[in-house]
Design a protein around this ligand. Structure first.
Ligand SMILES: NC(=O)c1ccc[n+]([C@@H]2O[C@H](COP(=O)([O-])OP(=O)(O)OC[C@H]3O[C@@H](n4cnc5c(N)ncnc54)[C@H](OP(=O)(O)O)[C@@H]3O)[C@@H](O)[C@H]2O)c1
Length: 284
């Protein structure tokens, strides 16, 4: 089965593509070769690569940047997704569209299931929800994967940023009123592969299990690395970022577990493995 990635050079794509190569014939393109907002470029990429499945990892993911760049955010995250859905529908290609926990408002207080009603509180979250809705309207048999709090080898993410700042400054302030599940991007590969192989459709929540706040995650990172860094808890209000984030966005991952048999491991276990992976990289 041939699987083509759009936005494949990003954090998620670059972490899962190497793992999927043992199961699928994988090709990957990114914005330099294929801008998903350009229908002609999409037709050309599909005609050239002839995939059975298209995985859309392409997105404008700068959550605060989406508040300032609303037009581009809508164009990429919503209209771009709809363009891909149109091409997939015409050509009989299965579409896997990646989405986010930021479609939720964070007030539920218990793990979000796929049946919970989204209510995004940021423009990024709104565009991602519109993308989901447009994909499902055009190609109802699409697979929508929502994930959250991703980190992985390469790319910019919370963990790489706090290690850098903590190492340089010896102290860091981190928000302690947002709770979610840090997720090693590589852990998405196995359940995603099984969902693709089984031809599943609909929405699935995939994240590592357990939960913490960003502050608790920073403490765990520095403790694991044996770094002496002062970590001060602060509120989202104090940080005062442009976009609001859900206070609580933990997923119920029961649906993906039932569909694939994959039990998502605990976030601490995944984090330990990631820090071991990158430490080996640093000391090589
Ligand atoms: N990171 C997270 O914590 C997180 C959490 C939940 C869900 N997600 C979702 O997971 C998916 C992948 O995210 P990620 O973390 O891998 O993001 P990422 O690292 O920003 O990767 C996205 C990729 O898409 C590319 N791209 C942007 N606009 C494009 C366009 N018009 N056409 C083609 N490619 C384009 C980006 O290129 P440039 O870098 O050059 O812009 C980048 O290579 C997204 O749908 C995101 O919403 C991410």
């Amino acid at each position: 089965m041939k699987v083509l990635f759009a936005g494949g050079k990003g954090l998620l794509g670059s972490n899962i593509i190497p793992l999927l190569k043992s199961r699928f014939d994988v090709a990957s393109l990114d914005i330099d070769e294929w801008d998903i907002t350009d229908p002609g470029a999409g037709e050309a990429a599909i005609n050239r690569e002839k995939p059975d499945v298209l995985v859309n990892c392409a997105a404008m993911t700068d959550v605060d940047g989406c508040e300032d760049g609303k037009e581009l955010a809508e164009k990429v995250n919503s209209a771009g997704a709809a363009i891909l859905a149109g091409i997939c529908s015409e050509q009989g290609i299965r579409l896997v569209h990646i989405s986010t926990d930021y479609v939720f408002d964070g007030v539920k207080g218990s793990p979000y299931t796929e049946e919970d009603t989204p209510n995004p509180i940021s423009f990024y979250g709104k565009t991602k929800l519109w993308g989901e809705e447009r994909v499902l309207a055009v190609t109802p048999s699409s697979l929508i994967i929502r994930s959250q709090w991703l980190y992985g080898v390469g790319g910019q993410h919370f963990i790489s940023k706090v290690i850098k700042i903590g190492g340089e400054k010896g102290g860091i302030e981190v928000v302690n009123d947002q709770r979610g599940s840090p997720t090693y991007a590589r852990d998405i590969a196995e359940p995603l592969a099984i969902l693709i192989e089984k031809g599943e459709s609909g929405i699935y929540h995939i994240s590592n299990s357990g939960s913490c706040t960003w502050y608790e995650l920073a403490l765990e990172i520095f403790a694991t690395l044996g770094m002496e860094v002062r970590v001060a808890p602060i509120s989202s209000q104090t940080l005062n970022r442009k976009a609001a984030r859900p206070a609580y966005s933990v997923f119920d991952t029961g649906k993906v577990q039932r569909a694939t048999g994959v039990v998502m491991r605990n976030w601490q276990e995944a984090l330990q493995e990631y820090l071991k992976d990158v430490r080996t990289k640093w000391t090589r």
